[in-house]
Design a protein around this ligand. Structure first.
Ligand code: AMP
Length: 209
């Protein structure tokens, strides 16, 4: 099963992806995670991407498409992938179709996790992540990860100014993808403004899992 996760930043894509991975053993590919690792390790890609990411803008399509072409051919993707944060533009969606066709893998669904933008601003400015295991929590978790004891931190781009820009970028560049996937009869919409477990139950039901 190959799934694209759509939704604004902070809609809960990473949280739902983690649940799908845990339950169904799919391979989670998050372009944001790959880019953050590249920035941390100061690779060529990381150096090119950093400025865009700090501002909340999209990294250019050619860089992202090249990185996905390479990643989607790794052996761990054969059991199925959950794409989180890719595609984010129509150009990327068309490139993904070509990649999947060349690997002879179908896309089963584009899952839109729908959340009101003002809810997102509140969520993202209080979001905290674990440096060690990637757990996604809130400021209420404090400095220590409740899952693994690792150090919790706030992403550089989770400040209000950057969050609002990321939401604008989402509305302009990424939201049109819902029409793209609706046209292919692949769009599945989920109300993401609920407890993550309730959302996950709905995800499983709507995907017949
Ligand atoms: P995310 O973790 O998905 O919110 O991504 C964090 C940042 O990485 C975004 O604000 C963009 O700057 C960049 N990014 C991640 N995925 C993509 C993508 N598919 N296309 C362009 N930029 C991306």
């Amino acid at each position: 099963m190959n799934i694209v996760l759509l939704g604004a930043p902070g809609a809960g894509k990473g949280t739902q992806a983690a649940k799908l991975v845990e339950r169904f053993g799919l391979c989670h590919i998050s372009t944001g995670d790959i880019l953050r690792a590249a920035v941390r390790d100061q690779t060529e890609l990381g150096k090119k991407a950093k400025g865009y990411m700090d501002a909340g803008d999209l990294v250019p399509d050619d860089l992202i498409i090249d990185l996905m072409k390479e990643r989607i051919q790794q052996p761990d993707t054969e059991a199925g992938v959950i794409l989180d944060g890719f595609p984010r533009t129509t150009t990327q969606a068309v490139a993904l179709d070509t990649m999947l066709a060349s690997l002879d893998r179908p896309l089963n669904a584009a899952l839109l996790i729908d959340v009101d933008p003002e809810v997102i601003v509140k969520r993202l400015t209080s979001r905290r992540m674990c440096k060690a295991c990637g757990y996604i929590g809130t400021a209420e978790d404090g400095a220590v990860c409740p899952k693994c004891g690792g150090e919790m931190y706030q992403r550089d781009d989770d400040n209000e100014t950057t969050v609002r820009n990321r939401l604008d970028v989402y509305a302009t560049s990424t939201a049109p993808l819902t029409d793209y996937y609706r046209g292919k009869d692949l769009l599945v919409t989920i109300d993401g403004d609920r407890d993550s477990e309730v959302v996950f139950e709905d995800v499983k039901k709507k995907l017949n899992l």
